[in-house]
Design a protein. Structure first.
Length: 272
């Protein structure tokens, strides 16, 4: 009887292998949507995902590390999805990762999506809503900041970058596994906002209220605009309060992820 809880394939040495091609394709949003899978890299991040109950379908790792205790634990995490353990050469792992120095493991996990219906105004929660966020690095960093302050999750409004892209997952430093994610159209969010009993606080350059004087009472949705154009007119109108961050130099705006982090920590400080 095998000492491993799931079958381990022979060492993969060819880039033409179907499993290698499948994992490499997860860099493409179309294929992530088709499969419902996404890539996460690194022992610590993959362990965190498994510990939090995320379903792992594939585990690619450097051949010869099968008996490493950390890798063994991850192989055990494949049981629920009847996944496959894929030992392969370092070169192939590099091709999948697209990094010069990849980690020793890559996991393919099932995505999780939440819905606006699950935001409960009776709960003491903070959410971050992002209007048409386009940069995966910004999105991943916002997820990391949201997780750091204990926010409940991220609402993606309109045409946003994919939170399960390799770049966003890397930038989140594993926070993607501890962050609820909702995607919706602007009309759907506006319909939700019209009846939601919590506060919606938006940031915009044309606001007159300094962010330090804002009302951060919860439940709260912090609404942040697109990197180039800010919030749409309709989204601004949906806010109970509009705030701004002071700009004392020549720059007229902050990076989206930086601005979100500043306001999230101010909200945390006001909570006491």
């Amino acid at each position: 009887m095998s000492q491993y809880p799931v079958p381990i394939s022979d060492v993969i040495t060819s880039a033409a292998n179907d499993e290698v091609k499948r994992l490499r394709a997860l860099h493409e949003r179309k294929f992530r949507k088709q499969t419902g899978w996404f890539l996460a890299e690194g022992v610590r991040i993959c362990h965190e995902a498994v510990d939090l109950g995320w379903v792992m379908h594939r585990l690619a790792f450097v051949a010869g590390r099968e008996d490493d205790q950390q890798v063994k634990r991850l192989i055990a995490g494949l049981i629920e999805a009847k996944g496959r353990a894929l030992p392969m050469t370092h070169t192939l792992l590099q091709r999948i990762s697209r990094k010069d120095n990849p980690q020793i493991v890559l996991g393919a996990f099932g995505q999780r999506w939440d819905s606006l219906d699950h935001i409960d105004a009776s709960k003491d929660e903070t959410w971050v809503a992002l209007d048409r966020v386009r940069d995966p690095g910004n999105l991943g960093t916002v997820m990391r900041s949201a997780d750091a302050v204990g926010a409940s999750g991220i609402i993606l409004i309109g045409d946003c970058t994919d939170p399960y892209s390799v770049e966003a997952v890397r930038a989140s430093m594993g926070a993607v596994f501890n962050t609820r994610v909702i995607a919706c159209s602007e009309p759907a969010f506006l319909k939700f906002a019209a009846v939601w009993q919590g506060r919606i606080l938006g940031t915009t350059l044309c606001a007159t209220i300094d962010y330090k004087k804002a009302d951060y009472n919860r439940p709260l949705i912090l609404l942040m605009g697109n990197e180039q154009s800010g919030l749409t007119d309709n989204l601004r109108e949906a806010c109970r309060q509009l705030i701004k961050l002071p700009m004392l130099g020549r720059s007229d705006s902050l990076n989206l992820a930086v601005a979100t982090g500043v306001v999230l920590y101010e909200a945390l400080a006001c909570r006491g």
